[in-house]
Design a protein around this ligand. Sequence first.
Ligand code: UD1
Length: 344
Amino acid sequence: MKKIIVTGGLGYIGSHTVVELVNNGFEPIIVDNLSNSYADVYSWLGEILGHKPQFYQIDCADKSAFNDVFKANNNIKGVIHFAAFKSVCESVAQPVLYYQNNLNSLLVLLELMNEYSIGNLVFSSSCTVYGIPEGKIQVDENTMLQKPNCPYGQTKIMSEQIISDVADSCEIKATLLRYFNPIGAHESTGIGELPIGKPDNLVPFITQTAIGLRDKLSIFGNDYETPDGTCIRDFIHVTDLANAHVKALGYLGKQEERVSRFNLGTGKGHSVTELVKTFEIVTGEKLNYEFVPRRDGDVPAIYANADKSNRVLNWTCRYSLEDSLSSAWKWQKHLKKINFKIKL
Ligand code: UD1
């Protein structure tokens, strides 16, 4: 079995990827400091998988602790590096925290990969690297990168640059996966998105409002230059996104270039209002929402050209927007049913 270290493996995308890795014959080794995830996710993964993968509760920036993971495991084939802070607003308020956490953990990881001669890295990047796209709002991997307008986005651009420099200088090959907007939950309803505190992201805010944990959804801005005035995003089911990581590992084995870059989106853009309406239709729930002024740092409109991922990784999305929203709603109802205490 191929051992893969998955940093941030108890987070939202990380946990769904752990499931897909096991389903595809890999042995994930989870490294997570639980700074933005619940320990319960580990038990839930055990229920879905029928066994518990190895889990180390450590911080990737702690080199000595992280070193022990590499020392204890022979034959590690690669690393998927999810562990990072991801709140745009928080990064504006606490830039040092973001640069320190996101860059230090990556640097330690790269040092250890080099020391233990582990040559395959899949990195969680983001469409934030495209900033506010000039010209077309459907971006491909050759679209010029723009300065992101928050420290979180900067850490993604800087991480991509660091990885490229390191890959040029040693035996590491890397795949940079640029995520659009992951939503939805695993079809077992055993795991899903579970933010700690008030959600920054749209869909958990919607489902928490619909279930009565929040009064109303604020839609940030309805005066953008888009057909209905609200922002446009590319919402992708988290399981589709997770599957792309399995494909990326397969591709790394034969990848000729030192670093490859892939957009992971559906290739379709939907406005925030469209998403809300679709949620109401698929769930039959009436959502309480209001339009409020724009949120600082929001990109008006962006969606993926995912042709390269479809072609080179042989990867496509299986789930529709309706599937994604219906699974997100099932997940929120499941949390209520098991009386899970969400940290609000
Ligand atoms: C942003 C980044 C993404 C990054 C993610 C990390 C861009 C284009 N995207 O996602 O790369 O990985 O942060 O968290 O920079 N919205 C509301 N009300 C809410 C919440 C959100 O109206 O309560 C709107 C936002 O204004 C936005 C859309 O919903 O237009 C999506 O927001 P969100 O889910 O936070 O994701 P992004 O900001 O697109």
